[in-house]
Design a protein around this ligand. Structure first.
Ligand code: F6P
Length: 540
């Protein structure tokens, strides 16, 4: 069994959590006059305000001691210097290099990155200028990204967040093997003007290959020939030779490398849908925002280090205050895809229960992360947050300005973000519940049903606006938070062995559904559903 902190620090944090368990967060503002300034980290326009966490200054200092004791800054330096931090796969995790954060140790790898960026930029320019066209010579209007997980969620988030009315191409994303996903996306698209980007680091992912087969058939049915099909295809993979077997021209096969994890790959050619859809300057600015937060993370002292503080807060919440779930609540429709992206980043990275040495961890690891854009959730699951029995923590995210949209509506949006934050903290007291109940004719006892405990710890994160730089920076803050949390928890955040079992059983289930039962182990409940599916789907 492992512990997240050595005995003296662990005991101090446990004692602090016990002392704070009955404490109202509002009262901490009175006790700590400098709390608002001290409980803040900033980088560029990104501000993490964690004053509404059930955490006092003494506990904050102990968490910072833990950051030192666990060598978080040294661990980050090992990451960006290309040490083999992904121990189970015996490789580095150099996503930072993709945005130009480099040390002297990787000149050859950085040359690969620069060469690929230059190839991407040439390809994007040819497509935007109309030099590269579809099979009948017309310029492209739409790009469809075929990929799943890390080969989908990041580029999808960025394209949806930054899309403008005058963006060069419309971007679409197809991930699911359910044929409806591709079919529905292609409705209304003109095959002659549609470009596909096949994104798969491994080039073995069933969903992506199945969608590629069907996308190629759609192009061919519309008139693409063996000679012209390649005009519509770009592939991004570590397996560039294999992509060539799928009609992708060699100059359209862009590499990524085993030292880039899938969920950290949007900065690589996996993200080519971003400059295709939004223009090359937007992609450069995204990388710039990302690089700036890399630099901050590498150099800022723990007390000021925004991603490090996010990780320490998560540890405090999950491990010491015992909250189970983490809601990400962006008050910006442009960031509606952020919770989906962070789900993979957080839960695929840190959803582990053993250390690299095989020891079972003695503590919870990643929280369950979920959420959606405010204000939509307010009319759905916030009831549980305010009055249910589950414990949670949250990140409320509010971009401060926007060059677009009605001012009054945006002010209302900001008011809701601020209101929820305050309601999470103060709740509704027994006295107020009594007054509310009395107005409705309830006894004092029955009026307790209107009480809201409040005291729900959460961070309030602001950013200047949803710009390429700020979005790049925000994503990187969460990337490094995830890494720091893994270091604190003693786990490897760069592998995902847990997903392999389902993939292996899925191919056995295919055999069962085809009627080839002989070699496949199963159980009566599964077999009953197999029969029901076969009855509903007679072999064509
Ligand atoms: O199955 C999980 C996973 O390997 C993710 O880690 C990855 O982002 C996704 O599948 C897609 O993988 P690929 O890019 O190799 O198709």
């Amino acid at each position: 069994m492992t512990a997240v902190a050595s005995p003296p620090l662990h005991e101090r944090l446990q004692a602090a959590a016990a002392a704070l368990s009955g404490r109202r967060t509002e009262s901490l503002f009175d006790a700590e006059p400098h709390r608002t300034e001290q409980f803040q980290c900033r980088v560029d326009g990104l501000v993490l305000d964690f004053a509404k966490h059930r955490l006092d200054d003494a506990a904050r200092q102990t968490l910072l001691e833990l950051a030192d004791a666990r060598g978080l800054l040294e661990a980050f330096s090992a990451l960006i210097n290309g040490e083999k931090v992904n121990t189970s796969e015996r490789r580095a995790a150099l996503h930072t290099l993709l945005r130009g954060t480099r040390s002297e140790t990787q000149p050859e790898l950085f040359a690969l990155v620069e060469d690929t960026l230059s190839r991407m930029s040439d390809l994007v320019a040819a497509i935007h200028s109309g030099d590269a066209t579809g099979f009948n010579g017309l310029p492209f209007t739409d790009v469809v990204n075929l990929g799943i997980g890390g080969s989908d969620l990041g580029p999808r988030l960025i394209c949806e967040a930054l899309r403008q009315a005058d963006s060069p191409l419309r971007a679409h994303f197809v991930a699911n093997i359910d044929p409806h996903d591709l079919d529905n996306t292609l409705l209304g698209l003109d095959p002659a003007r549609t470009l596909f980007v096949i994104c798969s680091k491994s080039f073995t992912t069933e969903e992506t290959l199945s969608n590629t087969v069907r996308a190629r058939a759609w192009l061919q049915a519309a008139g693409a020939t063996d000679d012209t099909l390649g005009q519509h295809l770009i592939a991004v993979t570590t397996q560039v030779e294999r992509a060539g077997e799928w009609s992708v021209w060699p100059e359209r096969c862009l590499p990524i490398w085993d030292w880039v994890g899938g969920r950290y790959s949007l900065w690589s050619a996996i993200g080519i849908s971003i400059p295709l859809a939004l223009g090359w300057p937007a992609f450069s600015r995204l990388l710039q925002g990302a690089r700036s937060v890399d630099q901050h993370t590498a150099t800022a002292a723990p007390a000021d280090n925004l991603p490090m503080m996010m990780a320490l807060l998560e540890l405090w919440q999950t491990h010491y205050l015992k909250t189970d779930t983490h809601a990400v609540l962006p008050y910006a429709q442009r960031l509606a895809r952020l919770p989906d992206f962070l789900q993979q980043l957080t839960m695929e990275s840190n959803g582990k229960s053993a250390t690299p040495e095989g020891q079972q961890v003695s503590h919870h690891t990643a929280p369950i992360l979920w959420g959606s854009a405010g204000t939509i959730g307010q009319h759905s699951y916030y009831q549980l947050l305010h009055q249910g029995t589950r414990s949670f923590t949250a990140d409320i995210i509010l971009p401060l300005s926007a060059d677009e949209g009605d001012h009054t509506a945006r002010r209302a949006l900001a008011a809701h973000a601020l209101a929820q934050s305050r309601a999470f903290m103060i709740g509704r007291s027994a006295e107020e519940a009594c007054r509310l109940g009395a107005e409705r004719g309830f006894s004092a006892a029955a009026s307790r049903q209107f009480e809201l405990t409040g005291n729900h710890s959460h961070s309030f994160i602001t950013m200047n606006s949803v710009s390429p730089e700020s979005l790049g920076g925000l994503i990187v803050a969460y990337e490094h938070k995830t890494f720091f949390l893994a270091v604190l928890l003693g786990i490897n955040c760069f592998d995902q062995w847990g997903v392999e079992l389902g993939k292996a059983i899925a191919s056995e289930m295919q055999a069962l559904l085809r009627g080839d039962k002989a070699t496949v182990a199963s159980d009566p409940a599964t077999l009953a559903t197999v029969r029901a599916w076969q009855d509903a789907n007679p072999t064509p």
